[in-house]
Design a protein around this ligand. Structure first.
Ligand SMILES: C[S@@+](CC[C@H](N)C(=O)[O-])C[C@H]1O[C@@H](n2cnc3c(N)ncnc32)[C@H](O)[C@@H]1O
Length: 275
């Protein structure tokens, strides 16, 4: 269950807040009246945190249990929890009205989405013309898979190859320390992790992401996720481009979508930030 303590301890990511502040200026909506959706909100931690700051934030998630765990805290805070946190239905609908949102954010979600076409269509539906979205998630070619903490296993086909690689990593002591793995044999752990990797992670090439969102009418740009240390190099000719390319393909993808009709594009150089 999400508690007030969890929210108080939660460090909200600076890049998302900076994105929201930049976006409202571009769109021309006051920060306090912008409607924001946290897509794949989990228990609604980010939703609760931003609501504390007076922002009109909503959340949607495909997992009803996460949503159920977040609603009691929102109810305590005098929000209508059924309105604020929504379960995404079997057709991918969040249940929000057409064109409801000015800004959409998601953090570490799109790599879990099996059917990105459905998500793209739904985001397009709920975003107002000119609305912008920022989705941050790990790149396909990132060396260490961010859930299993194993090198390159997600590069392999979803077959015996991947399962064998997972087993080998476990044999040398590399792997996650999830509670539900406690007491299982190594083979059983390998089976659980393999099933997770196959059923819950769907890494895509940057080009595929561009095509999917572009095909439903989004203007697609890239935010360059970087570390503080690399920021001074970002504006250097050639080196900056190389870094942008490398970080996007081998670290985190930050995709910025603008729902077309009113151009409210944010140029890449304005978006260099820390993820
Ligand atoms: C790693 S968690 C991230 C949760 C939250 N965004 C955060 O930053 O803590 C991934 C979330 O994506 C949700 N998710 C997975 N597939 C989804 C989909 N197709 N549509 C919406 N949410 C999805 C999961 O239920 C889970 O809550």
């Amino acid at each position: 269950m999400l508690t007030a303590d969890d929210v108080a301890r939660f460090q909200f990511s600076g890049h998302t807040l900076r994105f929201i502040k930049t976006a409202v200026k571009k769109i021309g909506v006051p920060l306090q009246s912008a409607r924001i959706l946290d897509y794949g909100c989990g228990r609604g931690m980010t939703v609760a945190k931003l609501r504390e700051q007076g922002l009109e934030v909503y959340g949607a998630d495909i997992d009803p249990q996460y949503i159920a765990n977040g609603r009691p805290l929102l109810a305590e805070r005098d929000s209508d929890p059924n309105d604020v946190l929504r379960v995404i239905d079997n057709h991918g609908s969040t249940g929000f009205p057409d064109g409801f949102f000015d800004i959409v954010i998601s953090n570490q979600v799109l790599e879990h989405v099996e059917d990105l076409d459905i998500v793209a269509a739904e985001l397009r539906r709920v975003m107002a013309p000119g609305a912008v979205a920022l989705h941050v998630f790990p790149s396909k070619w990132r060396l260490i898979e961010t859930h299993l903490f194993m090198p390159a296993v997600h590069w392999l086909p979803k077959s015996q190859w991947r399962k064998t690689a997972i087993s080998l990593c476990l044999a040398i002591g590399v792997g996650p320390r999830w509670k539900e793995l406690e007491g299982l044999s190594r083979n059983e752990v390998a089976e659980v992790l393999y099933r997770y990797s196959v059923g819950q992670t769907f890494y895509r090439r940057v080009r595929a992401i561009r095509n999917t969102f572009g095909s439903v009418g989004f203007d697609v740009r890239w935010l360059t996720p970087g570390r503080v240390g690399v920021l001074p190099f970002m504006n250097m000719p050639f080196v900056g481009n190389l870094l942008r390319f490398g970080l996007r393909h081998f670290w985190n993808v930050g995709v910025v979508l603008t729902r077309t009709e009113i151009a409210a594009s944010v140029t890449e150089s304005e978006q260099v930030c820390v993820v």
